[in-house]
Design a protein around this ligand. Structure first.
Ligand code: SAM
Length: 354
C-alpha cells in the first residue's frame, strides 16, 4: 500500500545540499553519522552548525531543526536553507542585486580593506555594491539566500577556500594554479550566477518550523526546550579551531563591520567574538558548562577527533556524570584538507544516551 509519510520523507532527499567548502564540514561523513542517530526524533539541534550540512540532513529526515552557529555568515546559510520554506532568488531579485546601488558611496568596506589582498578592485567594488543591494530585497529569506550564495562564491574565488593567508592574488597570477582552478580568475558575478541554481533548487519545506540562530551555544541552550537530539560539532581545539581567522572576510562582509579594526596581513577584524571552544585555556570549562546545560536533552551525538584537545578519555570523563557514552571511530585514509582530516587521524563520534 502507498505510504504517504514514507513518500514525504523520501521526497526530501530529492533535494541536494549545495557542496560546501568549509573546514570540518561533515557533508561527506553523513552516511556514517546517520547510523548512530536515535529513532523517533521530533526536534533536533545542530549546535555548532557551520556550513549547515548536518542541519540540512536533519531537515531532510523531517525533524524540526534548530540550527545554530555563532558566526553570522553561517547563520545566513541556516536562514536560507534550513528556516526558509520556499523563497528563492528570481530574475527580479537579480535585477535589484546587480543594479547600481543608490547608497553605494556608503558601501566601500570591501574595497577599502581587501583590494590588493584578496581581490582586484573591480571584484571588490562589485561585492560592495551587491552588499548595499541585499537590504533592498523584499524579505529576510531572499536576503539570506543572497548572502549564502555570495559568501560561497567568495570561497570559490579565493585559493584554498579560506582567508587565513595572503596568497590569493599571487595564485590568481600563477598560470599553473589557474589551469588547475579557473575560479581564481573568474569574476565573482560569474561564480554567483553559476552557484545560484544549486541554492534555489535546495530550498524546500519539510513541514516544520525550523529556526536558525546566531548565538554562543552556551547562551542559547538555556532558552530551548523539548529537544530530543543534540549534535555537537565543536571546533577541534588544537587543530584548525580559529574559524574567525579562516573566514573573517565572510563575517566582515555579512556584518559589514563599522566598529572594528582590521589587523595583520589578512585584515582580520578585531576584537573577535568569544567562542569558549577555540582556546585550550577555556575548553574544559566550556565543555563542562555545555554538558550541564544539555541535561534535559536525552540524546547527544558529539563529533570529535583523536588529535584534539582535550583527549577522548578526558571527554568521556566529562560526559560520564550526565550520560552513558560509547566511542565510535572512523579512520581517514587520506587527507581531505578538512578540520583534523589528516591521514591516519580518526574522526570520532561520542554517542551519549541516558
Ligand atoms: C567544526 S565546525 C562545524 C562544522 C559543521 N558541522 C559542518 O558540517 O559544516 C565548528 C563550528 O562551531 C562554531 N562555533 C565556535 N564556537 C561556537 C560557540 N561558542 N557557539 C556556537 N558556535 C560556535 C564555528 O563558527 C564553526 O562553524
Amino acid at each position: 500500500m502507498f505510504d504517504g509519510a514514507l513518500f514525504d520523507e523520501y521526497k526530501n532527499f530529492t533535494f541536494k545540499f549545495p557542496e560546501p567548502q568549509y573546514l570540518g564540514a561533515k557533508a561527506n561523513l553523513l552516511p556514517w553519522i546517520a547510523r548512530f542517530l536515535p529513532d523517533s526524533v521530533e526536534t533536533a539541534l545542530d549546535a555548532f552548525a557551520g556550513s549547515q550540512s548536518v542541519s540540512y540532513y536533519f531537515k531532510q529526515l523531517g525533524y524540526k531543526t534548530i540550527t545554530n552557529d555563532f558566526l553570522s555568515f553561517n547563520n545566513q546559510i541556516g536562514k536560507a536553507l534550513i528556516e526558509n520554506k520556499g523563497e528563492k532568488l528570481d530574475e527580479n531579485d537579480l535585477e535589484i542585486l546587480f543594479a547600481d546601488a543608490p547608497n553605494k558611496s556608503d558601501f566601500t568596506l570591501m574595497d577599502d580593506i581587501f583590494t590588493g589582498i584578496f581581490f582586484q578592485k573591480e571584484d571588490a567594488v562589485f561585492i560592495d555594491n551587491f552588499r548595499a543591494n541585499i537590504q533592498r530585497l523584499s524579505n529576510p529569506y531572499k536576503q539570506a539566500m543572497a548572502f549564502a550564495v555570495m559568501n560561497r562564491s567568495l570561497t570559490r574565488k579565493i585559493t584554498m577556500g579560506h582567508f587565513g593567508h595572503t596568497q590569493a592574488l599571487v595564485y590568481a597570477n600563477d598560470p599553473e594554479r589557474v589551469k588547475r582552478n579557473r575560479s581564481l580568475i573568474r569574476p565573482v558575478k560569474e561564480l554567483f550566477l553559476e552557484l545560484l541554481p544549486k541554492y534555489n533548487d535546495a530550498v524546500f519545506d519539510n513541514g516544520m518550523d525550523n529556526v536558525s540562530y546566531r548565538e554562543n551555544i552556551l547562551d542559547l541552550l538555556p532558552t530551548l526546550d523539548h529537544v530530543d537530539l543534540v549534535y555537537f560539532d565543536p571546533p577541534y581545539c588544537d587543530s584548525h579551531a580559529d574559524y574567525q581567522g579562516f573566514y573573517h572576510l565572510l563575517e566582515t562582509y555579512t556584518e559589514y563591520w563599522r566598529d572594528k579594526t582590521f589587523v595583520n596581513g589578512i585584515k582580520r577584524y578585531e576584537p573577535q567574538r568569544y567562542s569558549g571552544f577555540d582556546k585550550k585555556r577555556d575548553i574544559v570549562d566550556s565543555f563542562k558548562k555545555l554538558f550541564e546545560l544539555s541535561d534535559s536533552i536525552p540524546n547527544w551525538v558529539i563529533s570529535y577527533n583523536n588529535r584534539s584537545y582535550p583527549t577522548i578519555d578526558t571527554m568521556v570523563e566529562l560526559i560520564k556524570p550526565f550520560r552513558n557514552v560509547r566511542v565510535e571511530h572512523k579512520t581517514y585514509q587520506q587527507s581531505r584538507g578538512g578540520k583534523g582530516s589528516v591521514a591516519g587521524s580518526s574522526e570520532i563520534l561520542l554517542i551519549c544516551t541516558k
